[in-house]
Design a protein around this ligand. Structure first.
Ligand code: OSB
Ligand code: MG
Length: 374
């Protein structure tokens, strides 16, 4: 496929409920949507960068800059035999995995559409339904947290994750266990602690959690290895796993027993598949993370979650928890058994409502190959 047009949009959608992590509270979702055109088909990739550099160093502004000034000239007018060739073609650009992933994932969608095949098949997945879990943010009170969890359990979700931070951790977990009993439960600290908190974090061992996600700094593999030795609860790394190479080091160091995969964090589907395979070869289970994606990014996550080592429920939940309406119609829905059906039509296999995309667009640019000098 020869990519002959790249379009960028910055979209802003209000969130149904605010979402709070250890690094702050958000009320809206602003994200870049990439569209690629080739051979008469068009395809989409959603960038998971945010307004601010709190989850990772990238932001929407940096991603816009890197995609327009450095990635577009390396893909426009270029014939790719397969989308797995896109990430290597961007090797000269250091970092900026979220920007790279948005374009690379659009190339996978494009390839799958041109082949007339559902994306999960192109990615090498097999299952037709995926297990869905939810990530419940920090609330204003424990009572509010209990109300939210009650609603998610009633909807059928297969596991509950709660966000924690110093001052909202052991008491919150104790409340959930006391109110809801032995449900599949885990916590995510988004790097809010240091090794000096090890004794405090070890108090969580009493609650039989599935895992504790990213307790320490995003750069800190060595301290996670020390902490894992002091905890019975498995550590799952998120922010720290910025590449397959870092994952190898983290596994070798014993820094985690589980890894969460977000394609945006590692540079797209190709690298996510490599990470998935690496984890499988070490007996490390993986699950699919979420970044409050719209239905477009969410459906990409659903497709990747069909690979065999995604053996734990992911943070891939129904559209209506986030956006009303979503930019796809029908939205992503969760069945009463806590599973989501994998779209079977070519590519992402969802219907994007152009008029909703248009209405949410706050910035737009398009580049065509004939205008570009490489
Ligand atoms: O750490 O997994 C995280 C959302 C934004 C940034 C980081 C994270 C999250 C979530 C939400 O936990 C997952 C989702 O429901 O999309
Ligand atoms: Mg996380």
């Amino acid at each position: 496929m020869k990519i002959d047009r790249l379009e960028l949009r910055l979209l802003k959608l209000p969130l149904v409920h605010f979402f709070e992590t250890s690094f702050g509270r958000v009320y809206d979702k602003e994200f870049i949507l990439v569209r690629l055109d080739a051979n008469g088909a068009s395809a989409y990739g959603e960038c998971v960068a945010d307004v601010d550099p709190y989850y990772s160093a990238e932001t929407n502004e940096t991603a816009w800059h890197i995609i327009s000034d450095f990635i577009a000239p390396r893909v426009l007018g270029v014939s790719f035999d397969h989308p797995r060739d896109v990430f290597p073609a961007l090797k000269a650009i250091r970092g900026h995995n979220m920007a790279k992933a948005a374009v690379e994932m659009a190339a996978w969608d494009l390839h799958a559409r041109l082949e007339g095949e559902s994306l999960y098949k192109t990615l090498g997945g097999a299952r037709e339904r995926i297990a869905s879990g939810v990530s419940v943010g920090i609330q204003d009170s424990l009572e509010q947290l209990a109300t939210k969890i009650e609603r998610e359990l009633a909807a059928g979700y297969r596991r509950i994750k709660i966000k924690i931070k110093p001052g909202w951790d052991v008491d919150a977990v104790a409340m959930v266990r006391q109110r809801f009993g032995p449900i599949p439960l885990m916590v995510d600290a988004n790097a809010a602690y240091t090794l000096a908190d090890a004794d405090h974090l070890a108090r969580l061992d009493a609650f039989d959690l599935m895992m504790i996600e990213q307790p320490l700094d995003y750069e800190d593999i060595a301290d996670h290895a020390l902490l894992q030795r002091r905890l019975k609860t498995p550590i799952c790394l998120d922010e720290s796993i910025k590449s397959v190479h870092i994952a190898e080091a983290a596994i070798a160091a014993g820094a985690c027993r589980i890894i969460n995969i977000k394609p945006g964090r590692v540079g797209g589907f190709r690298e996510s598949i490599r990470l998935h395979d690496l984890c499988a070869s070490h007996g490390i289970p993986v699950w699919h993370g979420g970044m409050l994606e719209s239905g477009i990014g969410r459906s990409a996550n659903i497709h990747l979650s069909t690979l065999p080592n995604f053996s734990l429920p992911g943070d891939v939940a129904a559209s209506k928890r986030y956006f009303d309406p979503d930019v796809i119609d029908p939205p992503v829905e969760v069945a009463a058994d806590g599973t989501i059906a994998v779209p079977q039509r070519p590519g992402l296999g969802v219907t994007i409502v152009d008029e909703r995309v248009e209405r949410a667009t706050i910035r737009y640019a398009a580049v065509e190959s004939r205008n570009v000098q490489i």
